[in-house]
Write a protein that binds this ligand. Structure first.
Ligand code: GLA
Length: 378
């Protein structure tokens, strides 16, 4: 059964009526990793993998939600103390609370949801979940008076205040603002952004999922952020966006080697995003790919958010002549994103699958990327 029909029939079975269907997307990021919380640039796009939710106000002060994929049902109230125990439900509770804290309205509702954004693959399934509920509750209770940036911030604050991840804005931004066939360059300091048409002639974007569980909750993600903030403060800047490599070198002996490496990666990555955007406009995919490999190197050696499996996949990409390849998202597992020439695609996928399986005992998952729309009513 199609996901949409499955959700609708489950909703009517459980709640005896019909809701309104909304969807929001996972995301890829071509380049610009761990730059968002440093006030830098990111270059994401929404993808054709979504979370869909059927929702209807129920006239009470209780939220009743069923997750088809987890096969779990939760009821919670809307007061700050009503926080549910299940991790997945905290995302929804957090979104409700963040809307209420901003003076918005949320009353009781019933919901059933499901999705095909792979969990723990670094494709922002949690941002898709936050965004679909933020978008829906804005429509159902607030006459769409909350602007789209605020919807993204509601998702981000949910992560900060209810899920323990001090993430940047990229994932929620991409999930809310995504547009078919376009990537978006977002300046995370000014929050200005631009859509870039994305048709990499002669190339395909493919994700290779190591299936190493990427889990940012309780991960060293927050510690990476703290390193960056320490260095920025030491330099008298609000964020590393304003720092140069020369400045960083001038304080090298006063900071830890680890903080130095983290900041060196972030400062380098800032320029790489701008280079990639320029190269893309000119159709210069060689430069795009070169920068992607450089990002991988930085994320692996300086930022230390890679793992053996992702480095192995990156090496295979190089051996197969793939134009660009790197870890995508927060790291600590998940996928590599690969820009592959059409005529090398089959060989790359076959080689990566066989070699990875031979070494780790399980095949990686392969996802072709289709850049799609973000949050919407279906
Ligand atoms: C996670 C976070 C984002 C961003 C990326 C790394 O996906 O949620 O805010 O920091 O990691 O670029």
């Amino acid at each position: 059964m199609e996901m949409e029909d499955h959700i609708k029939s489950e909703f009517s079975k459980r709640f005896g009526s019909e809701g309104t269907l909304y969807a929001s997307a996972g995301r890829i990021n071509l380049i610009g990793e761990h730059t968002d919380y440093n006030g830098g640039f990111v270059f994401p796009g929404a993808i054709d993998k979504v979370i869909m939710a059927d929702i209807k106000p129920n006239g009470t002060d209780k939220v009743r939600v069923y997750s088809i994929d987890i096969d779990d049902y939760v009821e919670f109230g809307l007061k700050e103390t009503d926080v549910p125990e299940q991790q997945w439900a905290k995302y929804i509770f957090g979104v409700c609370r963040e809307i209420i804290k901003r003076g918005g309205k949320v009353e009781g509702f019933d919901a059933v949801f499901a999705g095909n954004v792979p969990l723990g693959a670094g494709l922002s399934s949690s941002a898709a979940l936050e965004s679909v509920f933020a978008f829906a509750l804005n429509d159902l209770f607030n006459e769409n008076s909350i602007d789209k940036f605020e919807l993204a911030r509601i998702g981000q604050s949910t992560e900060h205040n209810y899920c323990g991840v001090k993430c940047g804005i990229m994932d929620q931004f991409a999930s809310v603002f995504g547009k078919k066939d376009h990537l978006m360059r977002l300046d995370c300091r000014s929050m200005e952004f631009e859509y870039f048409p994305f048709h990499p002639e002669g190339h395909r974007l493919v994700l290779v999922d190591s299936a190493v569980k990427h889990e940012l909750v309780g991960s060293p993600y927050n510690r990476r952020r703290e390193s960056c903030e320490r260095v920025a403060a030491k330099l008298g800047h609000q964020t590393l966006r304003d720092a140069t490599m020369e400045e960083l070198d001038s304080i090298k002996s006063e900071i830890t080697a680890e903080d130095y490496m983290r900041a060196r990666y972030v400062i380098g990555e800032k320029q790489r995003v701008l280079d990639v955007c320029d190269a893309l406009v000119k159709g210069d995919y060689e430069t795009v790919g070169k920068r992607m490999y450089e990002t991988h190197e930085g994320l692996s050696k300086d930022y230390e958010v890679s793992c053996e499996e992702l480095d192995f996949l990156n090496d295979i990409a190089k051996e197969c002549g793939v134009t660009g390849s790197r870890i995508m998202g927060g790291g600590f597992g998940g996928c590599t994103i690969n820009l592959v020439k059409d005529d090398l695609y089959d060989n790359f996928v076959k080689t990566a699958t066989e070699k990875f399986e031979a070494k780790y005992g399980h095949a990686p998952k392969i996802y072709d990327v289709i850049i799609s729309d973000g949050a919407h009513k279906c």
